[in-house]
Design a protein. Structure first.
Length: 287
């Protein structure tokens, strides 16, 4: 396997047509999917007209370090994931899609994250590489939050929900408002399995001032403590984190919308009270 002093130097070697050297640093699994000839052909075509690449994001998730580089026109993205031995496990090339109009539109209200203690942003940010929701208007600025210790979201094994640090943790109201929709009673999934028929699982929608609606999804079955029509205060306990809906492990999905309709409502970029805007890889808390 080709060795590099650091993953960061790979992009310059690759742009300088060191394609075979970079290819030799990829995993055997990658090389089973993409041949050297294909890699060179795709790389040559992609680099046509590019002067340089700049590192956009670097995040550590699930024992892999993920890099996203953008070209000088911010039109192309190179995404690479490295293991602890600096072997490339994933390397792909794609157009860089942005939505500048909605990126510039923030909520009128200020919110807190709906959690206590420290949580980890698994998905969040304004591009598809740090936030897979981004391409979908109804979820564009959503966050997926988990709890992590020593780089893992679970202890012992992944076979039981109770082994996940986020499971049964308190979930709170992100701002003052009125509960307008509650779905409860959906069973928590066996970790690794998902309920595609009920994507949000157990969830709560709260109406806030200025016709803004927050939605928190994937609550634990029968843990929601509020009812439709109830007035809630910021920080009030509203339920427990679970693993219901289209969820493979215990986590919370949080977003703010311009409508209570999960399908046709549009996600709004969230303005937070602390002035921060977390992205994938950040550790967050309300303290």
């Amino acid at each position: 396997m080709e060795k590099f002093s650091s993953p960061e130097e790979i992009i310059d070697i690759w742009l300088s047509e060191g394609y075979e050297k970079v290819y030799n640093a990829t995993s055997k699994e990658f090389q089973k999917i993409v041949t050297l000839e294909q890699f060179i052909e795709l790389s040559t075509s992609f680099n046509n007209g590019v002067k340089n690449y700049q590192l956009e994001t670097k995040t550590v998730l699930q024992n892999l370090t993920h890099y996203v580089w953008l070209d000088d026109r911010r039109e192309k993205a190179v995404v690479a994931s490295f293991d602890k031995f600096n072997q490339i496990q994933r390397f792909y090339l794609t157009p860089f899609t942005v939505f500048p109009k909605t990126d510039q539109q923030y909520t009128e209200n200020k919110y807190i994250m709906p959690i206590r203690d420290e949580w980890f942003v698994f998905w969040g940010g304004t591009n598809e590489f740090v936030n897979y929701h981004y391409l979908y208007e109804s979820q564009r600025y959503a966050y997926d939050l988990v709890k992590v210790q020593d780089g893992q979201s679970y202890q012992n094994s992944q076979i039981r929900n109770e082994n996940f640090y986020a499971f049964d943790e308190d979930i709170i109201a992100p701002a003052d408002g009125k509960v307008v929709k509650v779905v409860d009673g959906i069973k928590d999934n066996v970790p690794g399995e998902m309920d595609e028929h009920n994507p949000a699982g157990n969830y709560v929608v709260i109406e806030h001032a200025n016709h803004e609606f927050s939605m928190i999804a994937h609550f634990k079955q029968n843990s929601i403590l509020v009812n439709s029509g109830e007035i809630v205060k910021e920080g009030q306990l509203i339920g427990k984190c679970g693993n219901s809906g289209n969820s493979s492990e215990s986590h919370i999905h949080f977003q703010v919308m311009d409508s209570p309709d999960l399908v046709y409502g549009k996600s709004i970029r969230i303005l937070f009270k602390d002035g921060k805007e977390p992205i994938q890889g950040d550790t967050i808390s309300n303290t």
